[in-house]
Design a protein around this ligand. Structure first.
Ligand SMILES: Cc1cc2nc3c(=O)[nH]c(=O)nc-3n(C[C@H](O)[C@H](O)[C@H](O)COP(=O)(O)O)c2cc1C
Length: 181
């Protein structure tokens, strides 16, 4: 699909089909993420793909209990990808401190969106998940306590007929201008 069509077609999916995902397709998504640009080429990410059903259910129970239960729809996803935000290179961290910019968040955002768009192109739905119990997730996947998890990705096949209509986006003249603010 042409890129703009792909971008227009993608929507957050919150209702997945109970169909396993081919590892080959997941690998293609990971490859798209792997090739993402990052500040000082730090590549500050690690993607942990959880496609073992039992483990995934355990993960979802831990991640989406209590105040996080609004995201318990993720249990319907056959795969959850846990994105570990790894340490950026020294120069990117120092530059980021100087600028007051968390480059690593920009970096993982780009890599995740690469993943998401490749998933869309492969006929898979995704939902970015930023609201989850980070502390409860780590021991389940042997992630050291000092590591940072900012985002999970719910991934799976979905019923295209059931997708919600497009979300509102701000008009072009509000979000962009030429030559002056
Ligand atoms: C950083 C980030 C965090 C998000 N966290 C959640 C979340 O925890 N739960 C959820 O259902 N959607 C989450 N979303 C999805 C947004 O709600 C969604 O992208 C937005 O409403 C626009 O809708 P669309 O993706 O269908 O175009 C998140 C998206 C981003 C980019």
């Amino acid at each position: 699909m042409a890129l703009l069509d792909l971008v227009k077609h993608r929507k957050s999916v919150r209702d997945f089909l109970d169909i396993p995902i081919e590892r080959e397709k997941i690998m293609t998504c990971l490859e798209a993420a792997r090739l993402a640009p990052s500040a000082c080429n730090s590549q500050p990410w690690k993607f942990i793909v959880v496609d073992d059903r039992q483990l995934k259910n355990k993960l979802c129970d831990a991640a989406f209990g209590d105040i996080y239960s609004v995201n318990s729809f993720c249990t319907t996803a056959p795969v959850i990808v846990v994105v570990v935000s790894e340490k950026s290179k020294f120069l990117a961290r120092i530059g980021g401190m100087f600028r007051g910019t968390k480059y690593y968040l920009i970096d993982i955002g780009i890599a995740i969106e690469h993943f998401v768009l490749q998933a869309e192109d492969s006929g898979l739905g995704t939902c970015w998940i930023g609201w989850f119990n980070e502390r409860a997730v780590k021991p389940i996947l042997n992630i050291p306590p000092h590591k940072k998890l900012d985002i999970l990705i719910a991934l799976g096949y979905y019923d295209k007929a059931k997708l919600h209509s497009e979300h509102y986006r701000e008009p072009m003249d509000k979000i962009a201008s030429f030559n002056s603010y």
